[in-house]
Design a protein around this ligand. Structure first.
Ligand SMILES: [Zn+2]
Ligand SMILES: [Zn+2]
Length: 338
């Protein structure tokens, strides 16, 4: 089997890899129907994380179960399943509280840009769809594996309420799906921050009521303007840089909530400054597993179409071109077909 491996910044190869096998009795092997490149894959691709050895890539996946270990009880071969980038037993205390991405037995999925994938803790990680889906549902179901689940968590963590005012910082796939999530949760006003026309358009399609193209202090001033000087009830931080985090904190009203899901790179918060802002901060790797059943239902019934964030589709063996297109911001998100 061939799979995706990152050798150095900008150097993605599709090369021979070992076939995945059942290692533990709780594993499943999934034949990938579609996979994709994540915004977070761009951090190592751009050299922001050191690469010490050739690293297999990919953590967003859905597909057909081929084989299960002897201890797997609920997942069966032939089922179409979606799982999170973090595996979970779904039984430990953290899972029971709904934080499956902090499961006591968590492992990170990291080899999904390939035709086949080993998924540990299959019963607790994978969720099956009611039937094998039609081809046109695949992009939206794949989006649930990370970006849609993460956008939803950002909105949930930011305490989005019906009628509330929401700001979304970040116009990548997660930010755009944060807009969609806020809309589903009944937000009254959704201000998306974006300076790219195609992304602004999709943000509006997903439910944004206002677009702010300014950045930094000017952006904060615009948001204060739009909220009569008060600031937003809920802010979704979907980038992870010091600038985006400060923008999020400064855009939130005292007592408001921030859901932050951009993996922080160089973010340092000043305790005393934070103290006087009076904001709630809640974030981390999204517990996608908590939201999967509900989100599958919404996609299955045609109520949401998060697959629209995929604006480039390539055969899996052209994965390197998929990374390049996202790196150069020619594509929001690249879907890969094995
Ligand atoms: Zn991802
Ligand atoms: Zn657990």
């Amino acid at each position: 089997m061939k799979g995706t491996v990152l050798y150095a910044p900008g150097d993605v190869r599709f090369e021979e890899r070992p076939e995945p096998k059942i290692i533990k009795p709780t594993d499943a092997i999934v034949r990938i129907s579609v996979t994709c490149v994540c915004g977070s894959d761009l951090w190592p691709y751009r050299g922001a994380n050191p690469i010490t050895e050739p690293t297999p890539m990919g953590h967003e996946y859905c597909g057909i179960v081929e084989e299960v270990g002897s201890a797997v009880k609920t997942v069966r071969p032939g089922q179409f399943v979606i799982g999170s980038f973090a595996t979970s037993d779904n039984t430990c205390p953290h899972c029971q509280y709904g934080y499956q991405s902090s499961c006591e037995h968590r492992e990170w999925i990291s080899t999904a840009q390939a035709p086949r994938l080993r998924v540990p803790l299959a019963d607790g990680t994978l969720v099956a769809t009611p039937e094998v889906p039609s081809d046109e549902l695949l992009p939206s179901l794949l989006a649930l594996s990370d970006v849609m689940g993460t956008g939803w968590f950002a909105a949930d963590a930011a305490n989005v309420k019906p009628g509330g005012t929401v700001v979304v910082v970040g116009d990548g796939a997660v930010g755009l799906l944060g807009v969609l999530s806020a809309r589903q949760m009944g937000a009254g006003r959704i201000i998306a921050m974006s300076r790219h026309e195609s992304r602004q358009k999709l943000a509006r399609e997903f439910g944004a009521t206002d677009i702010v193209a300014e950045r930094g202090d000017e952006a904060v001033a615009r948001i204060k303007d739009l909220t009569k000087g008060t600031g937003a009830d809920s802010v979704l931080e979907c980038v992870g840089t010091p600038e985006s985090m400060m923008q999020a904190i400064s855009s939130t009203r005292p007592g408001g909530h921030i859901g932050y899901v951009g993996v922080p790179h160089g973010v340092e918060l000043h305790g005393e400054k934070l103290f006087y802002t009076h904001v709630h901060l809640h974030g981390g790797p999204a517990p996608v597993r908590r939201f999967l059943p509900g989100l599958i239902d919404l996609v299955w019934k045609g109520k949401i179409n998060p697959g629209k964030v995929f604006d480039l589709t390539l055969p899996l063996d052209q994965v390197a071109a998929g990374y390049r297109a996202m790196d150069e911001r020619r594509a929001i998100k690249t879907l890969l077909r094995p």
